[in-house]
Design a protein around this ligand. Structure first.
Ligand SMILES: NC(=O)c1ccc[n+]([C@@H]2O[C@H](COP(=O)([O-])OP(=O)(O)OC[C@H]3O[C@@H](n4cnc5c(N)ncnc54)[C@H](OP(=O)(O)O)[C@@H]3O)[C@@H](O)[C@H]2O)c1
Length: 291
């Protein structure tokens, strides 16, 4: 079975450098089957969120697999409507219940919106109480990250951000490294947008290594020190995406992929008011409050 590298977070907790993301796997049966297949293929890191409304299916798959809980690294996130000290404590309990676990490996603030400082104090309490092994944020700019670090007792261990060849964020990654905040790449394939799988440069380098463009993109991000969480519901792709550990890209290849950077988000741009409205309205029927 493939051996995924482990990286150490600033508190010494070890985390697999690759896992499965389950955003937009809305059908519970499909989600459960997908996670179960990934577990059997060797994935040990799973990334969900209360807003994905599939925590229960992820929990069911873990239970069915009979793999010990301590062998799996489980991440979920508190959404915008769950911000604030007490709401985040409540949200954590609900997420754990849906996932069928009494602790989390990583709990993240989903977006830098609403009362996330209140939420951070809740995360600090959960961490000190031993209910979560690591805490972090998503989608924080360097300014937001530094502001948080200046004002909290326990700095974030992770910042999960959009990151792929079209939006590489090299300076932000340098800043995170200086601050010992581990970067984690969401949408490593830009969800397949902009013809990324058909990009000629990526195809040429991938072919040179006898790999697919998906494998090349993941390997490129692994070599930049990122954690990657590609999503797929197709069994063959789930396996393909894990087969990235036994080849490496040369410095020249890494540099040439650097030329694809367009330096702007393709998926989520919180500088746009329409995006802020969209993410606030994302949960039109918030199942997250139902358990
Ligand atoms: N914190 C945040 O704000 C945030 C935001 C977005 C996402 N995330 C996390 O990041 C994870 C990954 O991001 P994402 O799901 O948005 O997008 P992604 O992983 O960049 O792309 C997923 C898309 O690529 C396709 N795909 C996967 N493997 C492939 C392969 N080997 N060849 C061809 N196509 C392939 C999938 O199709 P099939 O499924 O049909 O195979 C799906 O359409 C999410 O699932 C979620 O856990 C976090």
């Amino acid at each position: 079975m493939t051996t995924v590298a482990q990286i150490s977070l600033r508190n010494g907790v070890k985390m697999p450098q690759e896992g499965l993301g389950v955003f937009q796997i809305n059908d519970p049966k499909l989600c459960e089957e997908t996670v179960l297949h990934a577990l059997h293929s060797g994935y040990r890191l799973f990334d969900t969120a209360s807003s994905y409304q599939n925590e229960q299916a992820v929990g069911q798959a873990l239970k069915k697999s009979q793999i010990p809980r301590s062998n799996v690294f489980l991440t979920t996130k508190a959404y915008i409507q769950e911000m604030g000290y007490q709401p985040t404590l409540n949200a954590f309990d609900k997420s754990c219940r849906r996932l069928g676990t009494d602790y989390l490996d990583l709990y993240l603030i989903h977006m830098p919106l609403n009362d996330y400082f209140g939420s951070w104090r809740a995360l600090e309490k959960l961490y000190k109480d031993g209910r979560v092994r690591a805490i972090g944020v998503c989608n924080f700019t360097s300014t937001e990250l530094l502001d948080l670090i200046f004002n909290v007792q326990i700095p974030p261990m992770i910042n999960q951000i959009e990151n792929h060849p079209l939006y590489q964020r090299t300076q932000e990654l340098d800043f995170m490294r200086q601050q010992k905040v581990q970067p984690e790449a969401w949408a490593p394939f830009a969800e397949g947008r902009r013809g990324i799988f058909q990009n000629e440069l990526l195809q040429k380098i991938a072919m040179h290594h006898g790999k697919t463009v998906a494998q090349l993109i993941l390997r490129w991000n692994i070599q930049r020190g990122m954690v990657v969480i590609p999503k797929s519901t197709h069994q063959q792709r789930i396996q393909e995406n894990l087969d990235i550990w036994y080849f490496s890209l040369s410095p020249a290849e890494m540099n040439s992929i650097g030329s694809l950077d367009e330096n702007k988000p393709q998926m989520l741009d919180l500088n746009r008011l329409s995006e802020v409205r969209r993410v606030y309205n994302y949960l039109t029927n918030p199942v997250v409050t139902s358990l």
